[in-house]
Ligand binder design. Structure first.
Ligand code: ACO
Length: 324
């Protein structure tokens, strides 16, 4: 008997504070016109002082549990993808487990693959479920990326935002995730990174100077190629054609990268879930945030075939194909 990991419920959460392109015009040398035409972003959400990744993850998780009709005690795995954990340790997944009052000693851990983190987390949870060890997993992508942004650097500060998305995955005999592919190539680590951390450059962290640095056009070129290739790879693995796909849920990094992916798939943009205009790039949260919005708006329906894809620092990249 084949067991699938099926999405039973979705949830998401955004901070209240909206930061518009117009406000950014007064912070750095940029313009609403430049940001919109180069990225597709018009506003993003920014966490309030003291509001943490775990706070956003908790709200998104409660939404997802509610939508799935699942009691937190029935969650036997928590996987949380983040680049911006609340603390060095314990993992934000363990902090979330406590918040949700999950007291069944089931495993909980964080995944760090930057913007691909949620795809990595889904892949792992899928393997736990199809391996027969887990019946019900909570998979979260949550970020307070604004904390690792230099708000005087126009190359990066216009791009990112904060948020969280979550799914409850249940073991199911009918259908669910049918394929997932992960890739990484560490040779590209310097193109998109925070070059300081705990065991290297900790003085910069303490001085409040550890921020995201990106060679945008190099990342852009790689992303267009890698995301196009991985969609072909996942379709080939499943023996499917482009016509079999109902929805593409891409990482929300740049509308031009999203459009290129859609073109490569041969689908029109109205079959692509796009939230970048209002969310910006929320890193590991971007795919589950977009997915939850599309499910709640009634766009993505039960039985439809969905591809999720993302690329992030590392480089890491991946794709998941599922029947929702
Ligand atoms: N406002 C105005 N001008 C700007 C801004 C800004 N905010 N930012 C850069 N510019 C300028 C540059 O300085 C440059 O000026 P110059 O020609 O005088 O030197 C000019 O605009 C063009 O810069 P480019 O970098 O060539 O612009 P590009 O068209 O590549 O767009 C962007 C930049 C939006 C960053 C794009 O490269 C991109 O989206 N890259 C990919 C990002 C991505 O996919 N990230 C995914 C993963 S994120 C993660 O893992 C954390």
């Amino acid at each position: 008997m084949t067991i699938f990991a099926r999405v039973a419920g979705t949830g998401s959460s955004l901070p209240d504070r909206i930061l518009t392109n117009q406000e950014l015009e007064s912070m750095v040398d940029t313009s609403d016109e430049w940001i919109q035409s180069r990225t597709g972003i018009s506003e993003r959400r920014i966490a309030a002082e003291g509001e943490t990744t775990c706070d956003l993850a908790e709200k998104a998780s409660l939404d997802a549990l509610d939508a799935a009709g699942v009691d937190p005690q029935d969650i036997d795995l928590v996987v949380l993808a983040t680049t911006t954990p609340d603390q060095v340790f314990p993992s934000t997944a363990c902090l979330l487990q406590e918040r949700l009052k999950i007291s069944n000693n089931s495993p909980a851990f964080d995944v760090q693959a930057v913007c691909s983190g949620f795809i990595y987390a889904l892949d792992l949870a899928n393997k736990f479920i199809t391996g027969g060890n887990v019946k019900c997993a909570l998979v979260v992508g949550a970020e307070t990326f604004s904390r690792i942004i230099d708000w005087t650097d126009r190359n990066t500060c216009v791009l990112f935002g904060d948020g969280a998305g979550a799914v409850v995955l249940k073991a199911d005999q009918e259908s669910g995730i049918t394929s997932s592919i992960l890739h990484a190539n560490g040779a590209y680590n310097r193109l998109l990174h925070v070059p300081h951390g705990v065991s290297k450059g900790f003085d910069r962290v303490q001085a409040g100077g550890a921020f995201t640095q990106m060679q945008g056009s190099e990342v852009f070129k790689f992303a267009v190629r890698a995301l196009g290739d991985i969609v072909d790879e996942v379709l080939e693995k499943e023996g499917l054609s482009k016509n079999d796909i109902d929805w593409l849920v891409p990482h929300q990094a740049n509308i031009r990268i999203i459009s290129a992916s859609a073109k490569r798939l041969g689908i029109s943009l109205d079959k692509v879930i796009v939230t970048i205009e209002r969310h910006g790039n929320t890193s590991a949260a971007s795919v589950p945030l977009a997915f939850d919005e599309a499910v709640r708006e009634g766009k993505i329906k039960r039985g439809q075939r969905v591809i999720m894809e993302a690329l992030g620092g590392g480089f890491t990249w991946g794709a998941v194909l599922m029947v929702y």
